[in-house]
Design a protein around this ligand. Structure first.
Ligand SMILES: Cc1ncc(COP(=O)(O)O)c(C=O)c1O
Length: 369
């Protein structure tokens, strides 16, 4: 470092070792018609009721929003039968995942997550001065035994995405309970259930029961996926009062904006729209999985609104990514997750789904696979 650089303000040690999160691409130079299948957004978009509430809120843009998000917390409480005082809203669930690390990690404490866990977790852990620790997965699925083997006196936070992004796999609720039961009482288990609404397996539960009854469990949810409101940045967490108390002390006083509060609350009231989004996914996720498997590409079984495709090697995945991009289909490259032979595909609308399968078939016919 030059002497001038050494004298200027320095971020805390470790901050510059963080690899910033790379969002899914949304454009390809020279390609006009794009199907963005890279960020697990909803192909159905938001509820018309949410759009109407958003529009109605624009008369209030000069005023600060309700810092306690009470209308939204009450709407969430009504929908899920939860006590609103145990709910906190955030600027996307990303914000809450980060606040949890800031509140519960001291420098040097460990934050645990699984091998292919969501990449925001190491960012949150490092940003809070913690040390990220990973536990091996089995068949790209969280192994509770491996997680418990890595949990110890220094483990203060454990992130579990269920279902997990980017693998799409999930663990049954009995396994989540076994994880909680085996963790030290001082370790906070964060159940990130961003894709919970899409799951149609009867051994799955998002985690409400644990977050309601355990002092060391909090569940996070989002309006970015099934509600089709990713741009508004709305997430929420449900957990014990002592966890919420800590988060409420450090969050921004107006962390969720007014139009987001209004649109989120209205969206929860549009059950038909949510059911349509679930039905769309239940139809097209298996359709895509079957069609792509039939081409000789390995597809992980997914409980979410996306599929992890495994190609024969990293070169083949890279070529497929380029081939699809040139035809307007943007998938997510998985190198940052240590899965360079994989691409992640979000379930799209009918045109995008049919088109991406046709393009993949062409790619495989061209002896690229
Ligand atoms: C597992 C998981 N958790 C959290 C998030 C973040 O969601 P939000 O838009 O609410 O910040 C995502 C988004 O992709 C995700 O996949």
């Amino acid at each position: 470092m030059t002497s001038a650089a050494a004298l200027r303000p320095q971020p805390r040690p470790g901050i510059l070792a963080i690899d910033a999160y790379t969002p899914g691409r949304s454009q390809v130079a020279g390609v006009a018609k794009i199907h963005k299948m890279s960020s697990n957004e909803s192909p159905l978009g938001p509820s018309p009721k949410a759009v109407e509430a958003f529009r109605a809120s624009i008369g209030d843009l000069a005023r600060y929003p309700d810092g306690s998000a009470s209308v939204l917390r009450e709407a969430i409480g009504r929908r899920y039968g939860l006590e609103p005082s145990r709910i906190i809203c955030g600027n996307g669930s990303d914000e809450l995942l980060a606040l949890l690390a800031h509140a519960f990690l001291q420098p040097g404490d460990e934050g645990l997550y699984s091998e292919y866990g969501f990449l925001e977790y190491p960012i949150c852990i490092r940003a809070a001065g913690g040390v990220p620790v990973t536990a091996k997965e089995t068949d790209k699925t969280v192994s509770v035994d491996a997680m418990l083997a890595k949990a110890g006196a220094r483990t203060k936070i454990v992130y579990l995405a269920n279902p997990n992004n980017p693998t799409g796999t999930y663990i049954p609720f009995s396994e989540v309970k076994r994880l909680q039961a085996g963790l030290p009482a001082h370790a906070l288990l964060v159940i990130d259930a961003a894709y919970a609404e899409y799951v149609t397996r009867n051994d799955y539960a998002a985690g409400i029961e644990l977050a309601a009854t355990c002092e060391n469990v909090v569940m996070t949810r989002t309006f970015s996926k099934i509600h089709g409101l990713a741009s508004l940045r709305i997430g929420w967490a449900y957990g014990p009062p002592h966890v919420l108390d800590a988060l409420n002390r450090i969050r921004g006083p107006f962390n969720v904006n007014g139009p987001a509060l209004a649109a989120g609350a209205a969206s929860l009231g549009d059950t038909a729209h949510i059911e349509a989004a679930i039905a769309h996914n239940s139809l097209w996720a298996p359709w895509l999985s079957d069609a792509i498997s039939a081409l000789g590409i390995e597809v992980m079984p997914s409980a979410g609104n996306f599929l992890l495709l495994q190609f024969k090697d990293a070169g083949s995945a890279r070529d497929a990514d380029g081939f699809l991009s040139a035809r307007g289909f943007i998938l997510r490259a998985m190198g940052a997750y240590g899965l360079p032979d994989c691409l992640r595909l979000t379930v799209g609308d009918e045109e995008a789904n049919q088109g991406v399968v046709a393009a993949l078939a062409e790619f495989m016919r061209g002896d690229h696979g």
